[in-house]
Design a protein around this ligand. Structure first.
Ligand code: AGP
Length: 365
């Protein structure tokens, strides 16, 4: 039926493997190849209103928050609107200033996370315009928002979020394309993003063929590690955070995520042979800076697994991910980290789909 593992050993592996299809479903019918725009009817917002926002604030919890960080970068890059993401719980407790020219966006797979729901309710009370990027149709958060984008990723059963994360990021790319094309984004850049989005499902499929290589790396790097460091810069940073979150959540191996540039301001003291690093190093304008960081880690005898678009002598091992448009690369860079965490958890004999102490949706404060 609808809710079985479909021949996979765990729901998590099923949900990771489904992503060519689930990302495809998020995109389906929403890319306009004639005008290089996105069709998002559920926003309930005309072009004039779409042009009116001067800021975007994104809220969510856990992985939803990290995908919101990817979303904020997409919106800043493509629509040139200042955007940032914040944990929904922090946002609601700090009594935020609610502004009429800010677009608020709530992220939730379940649509039932209490902190996110309460933040949306507080925003609405104060007159905020709130969109939802939600997977579960008709859920509490979806009903509370003024409009939004449904992921259409299908039910996510495993506690660790995977397909909802990539679909949320894809939905943000559509939203950023929409907001960009009613502002300053050129038709040529619009086309570049539309074409990039269309390539995503096949590239995810291609990435998944490296599962055996990644399983072997998980055995070598994570299984016996005292802890792991995940680093990235700008587009790579939310990917590093999500990678560390996945590893902690399902394998119980301690992991920290840092912006690569922050290492020398403290956490470099942790680096040594017993603390390997996963470095997210896309081929973007920060490549050289990232390779310099790898050199600094090596100088402290830290082992490095690089996830990027090329191999390099600066790392001990590399996972080469298919290259898309720079803005869309974070989506593909996330996939190997999901497989890495999954195989680390299996190797350690963990309860992969139901990790200890966690619930699929946190409906309490
Ligand atoms: C993700 O792997 C976690 N289980 C968790 O961080 C989750 O993303 C968070 O609780 C938010 O859930 P939601 O998307 O259903 O609101």
């Amino acid at each position: 039926g609808h809710y079985d593992t479909g021949g996979y050993e765990h729901y998590l592996l099923k949900e990771i493997s489904e992503q060519p299809d689930t990302v495809g479903r998020t995109l389906r019918g929403r890319i306009d190849d004639r005008f290089h725009i996105a069709h998002l009817g559920g926003l309930n917002m005309d072009a004039r209103e779409s042009r009116s926002f001067r800021r975007v604030k994104i809220i969510g919890c856990g992985s939803a928050y990290y995908s919101g960080q990817i979303g904020a970068q997409l919106i800043e890059e493509l629509a040139r609107i200042p955007a940032d993401a914040e944990p929904a719980s922090e946002f609601r407790y700090r009594s935020p200033v609610v502004e009429a020219d800010t677009l608020y966006i709530a992220i939730s797979q379940s649509g039932e996370t209490y902190d996110t729901l309460a933040a949306v309710q507080e925003l609405k009370r104060k007159g905020g315009r709130v969109l939802g990027i939600v997977n579960t149709v008709g859920s509490a958060i979806a009903r509370e928002c003024d409009g939004g984008v449904y992921l259409h990723a299908g039910p996510e059963v495993s506690v660790a979020s995977t397909k909802a994360f990539t679909s949320t990021s894809a939905a943000f790319a559509l939203l950023a394309l929409h907001l960009g094309r009613v502002r300053d984004l050129s038709p040529a850049d619009g086309r570049r993003i539309c074409d990039g989005l269309r390539r995503l499902p096949d590239q995810i499929k291609e990435m998944l063929t490296q599962e055996e290589h990644i399983r072997e790396l998980a055995m070598r790097y994570a299984k016996d590690a005292a802890g792991m460091m995940f680093v990235g810069r700008v587009r790579g940073y939310p990917v590093a955070r999500e990678g560390a979150q996945k590893l902690k959540e399902i394998s119980y191996v301690h992991a920290e995520a840092y912006p690569a540039s922050e290492l020398k301001h403290g956490p470099l003291a942790l680096i040594g042979p017993e603390m390997p690093t996963v470095a997210i190093v896309p081929d973007d304008e920060l490549l050289d800076k990232n390779l310099t960081t790898l050199g600094e880690i090596r100088a402290r005898s830290g082992r490095i697994l690089m996830v990027g678009h090329r191999t390099t002598d600066q790392a001990d091992d590399c996972i080469v991910v298919p290259k898309n448009e720079t803005e869309l690369d974070p989506i593909l860079l996330t996939i190997p980290l999901q497989l890495f965490a999954y195989h680390a958890a299996v190797a350690l004999g963990r309860d992969v789909d139901k990790p200890r102490n966690l619930a699929k949706s946190v409906t309490v404060e």
